[in-house]
Design a protein around this ligand. Sequence first.
Ligand code: 13P
Ligand code: 13P
Ligand code: MG
Ligand code: MG
Length: 361
Amino acid sequence: MPITLSVIKADIGGYVGHSSMHPNIIARAIQLLDEQKNKGTIVDFHVTHCGDDLELIISHRLGNDSSEIHKLAWDVFVECTNVAKELKLYGAGQDLLSDAFSGNVKGMGPGCAEMTFEERKSEPIIVFAADKTSPGAWNYPLFKMFADPFNTIGLVIDPTMHDGFVFEVHDVFNDKNARLNTPEEMYDLLCLIGASEHYIIKNVYKKDGTIAATTSTQRVNLIAGRYVGKDDPVMIVRCQSGLPAVGEVLEPFSLPYMVTGWMRGSHWGPFMPVSVNDANPTRFDGPPRVIALGFQLTNGMLIGPRDMFADPSYDHVRQKANEIADYIRRHGPFEPQRLPLAEMEYTTLPQVLNKLKDRFK
Ligand code: 13P
Ligand code: 13P
Ligand code: MG
Ligand code: MG
C-alpha cells in the first residue's frame, strides 16, 4: 500500500519578532498530532521549526491532497495560533489567510509539499525547510542534485541514473506548468529556472514516472492578491538506489548561494545551511536559513530525524555565508542587497512618488 509524506508548514507567530519558535507551540503541535497518531488517522509524524516557521512532517495512507490530512494540519495551526496569541507572539496567525478551512491548505497561506509512493526496500528521505526566503530557493539545488554531473557523479557512473530526470516547472505568475527532460533539454530548463521567482520546480521524476522530489510552490503573496510574506518553503527528496545519494542531495548546499527574502522579505542574501538548533535567523533577521532532516521511512514510520547540517563539513559554508552577508549588507538600501522594486515585500514607492509628483520637472 502506498505511503504519503506530507510536509505542511505555516508561520503562526514568531518568538522573538520573526526569529524563532516558542517551545510551547512545538509542544502543542506534538500533543495534537500524537492524538491523531493514536487514533490511526496518521502513521507517524515529526514536528520541527526553521526560524519562525512551524513544520509538520506527517506520514499517512490517505494520498496527496487529502482533505482529512489538510484539515488536521490546519486545525494544528489554528490551535497553535491560539497559543501564539496568548503569548502575544509576533505576527500570530500570519499565514492563516482565512478564518474558514476550504478543504485543502493550498492557497490558504500554509506551504505544502507532498508525495505518494511505494516504500522501497530501504527508503532514505531528506526533508528540507527554509526561513527568510521563497520557493524559488530550491531551483538551484534541485538542478544540481538531479542534472549536474559535477555535483552528482551518479548521473555519470550509476546505470540506474544515467537516463536522467524529468523536471516539472511551474510558471507561478500564469498558473501553468511544463515538464522538461534532462540531460536533453538542460539548457531550456536553465533558461526558465534561472528566473527563480517566476519559474519554480515543483516536482522531479525519474523517467519511468517515479517521484523523486517535491517542493512547496505556494506564493502566499500572489495568492492573497498582495505581498504578505516570503513563503519560507519546504522540500522532500528521496535518496539512493536510482536516485541521488544522500551526499549528492546535500552537496549543493556547500555553496551559500544567493536567495531572496531576509529582512522584510525585500533583500538578497546567502543561504546558510544550519542545524535545527541554529535555525534562528537573527542578524538583520537572517541570513536566510535551511535545515535538512534525514529519515529512514520504515513501514511508514519516520525513523529519525538525523540533523544533516549538524556537521563540521558545513562550518566553512556558514563562515562564507557570514562573509557574504557582511559584504552585501554594506549596500544597505541599494540594489543588489535590496530587491528590485517588483519583488519587494514592503514598498513606500507610491507614497514617495505621490509626495514628489510636483517636483519632477
Ligand atoms: P555504500 O557502498 O556505503 O552503500 O555507499 C554507496 C553510495 O552511494 C555512497 O554515496
Ligand atoms: P517571515 O516571512 O519569516 O515571517 O519574515 C518576515 C520578515 O519581515 C523578516 O524581516
Ligand atoms: Mg514571521
Ligand atoms: Mg518565516
